[in-house]
Design a protein around this ligand. Sequence first.
Ligand code: AHG
Ligand code: MN
Ligand code: MN
Ligand code: MN
Length: 359
Amino acid sequence: VFDEVCETTGVTLTRFMIEVAMLNPELSELPSLFSGIETACKAISNMVKRSQLTGDIGYAEGGGSINVQGEEQKTLDIMTNDVLKRALRFTGKLGVLASEEEDTPVDVEPTGKEVMFDETSKYVAVFDPLDGSSNVDAGIPTGTIFGIFDHDEECVVNDKDEGLTEAEMVCLTNTLKPGTDLIASGYCLYSSSCFFVMTVGCGVYGFTLDESIGEFVLTHPNIKIPETSKIYSFNEANLPQWDEPMRETVEKWRIGEGKSGNSFSSRYIGSMVGDVHRTLLYGGVFGYPSDKKNVNGKLRLLYEGAPMSYLMEQAGGLSTTGTKRVMEILPDEVHQRVPIVMGSKQDVQEVVDAYSAAG
Ligand code: AHG
Ligand code: MN
Ligand code: MN
Ligand code: MN
């Protein structure tokens, strides 16, 4: 009977994570962390889908609520941020989290009692609760992006009860880690289907929400991005401002004079999660390069660039600033932006070569 039930329900995300933990004892806390994240994503999927009916659309406080990025927050930016913080808090596994919608990292305690960092609350979570939120009122796909870091081993807390020293607080609320320190990352895409795509460092696995059983079911085992492609995905309005190597490469792709000889077409929805998901499955090059107005582009390193680069690399793709591997950049500021070009290995390599040829 057990087999029949499994084949009927398919491999759920819950079962998948339990199997990961059984094979990797050092990840034994991840299933409950992922359970919190997946529950939050199911709730967010509902909120986004119903927002036109519940009136949870438009800008928060009539546009008066500005986040640390200087963006006018959508009502759903704030609501989804709260859902994720709460879901993560009640896993009891988190020490601290950073969010696009939080000015500074938030230390997380299950019951709100004073900060008590012990062995279990050892993870650091970073997330973009609603990516592409400028699109949400028009029903264009949006998503949630998350990354999980282990905490700093040397962050040893004094076990006396006189509270934490300043140094301990700084150390324990430190979310500034390079992508190479990620132990897991992923996204949830709210589109024609609700997709949950993740990695724990041994390939990329995609799950689709089966609403009849309320479970994410494995539909895309071991995603590998095509080595080369015919799609580029940028906001081309900025092309005249791009660095020359970037501009020249795209202009060659347009007329089939790139390395692959392919004539590219352009696909861009303005939601990173949707553009990256299509890039992973169909191949392509997605990016937000540096330009004269924004030398660091627009995408934030900690909770957009690094988690998505981890997935891209695990799927056999590349992710670069043009001159540096995104995964290796150590952020010195939570909301630091970084130029990003990611996707099919051969095509992204062409961009890297163009930058190095330009010196
Ligand atoms: P967010 O909605 O989380 O602030 O992110 C929006 C980002 C990203 O999703 C997308 O790729 C990019 O902004 C689009 O920027 P432009 O509208 O400038 O093209
Ligand atoms: Mn935003
Ligand atoms: Mn975003
Ligand atoms: Mn966002």
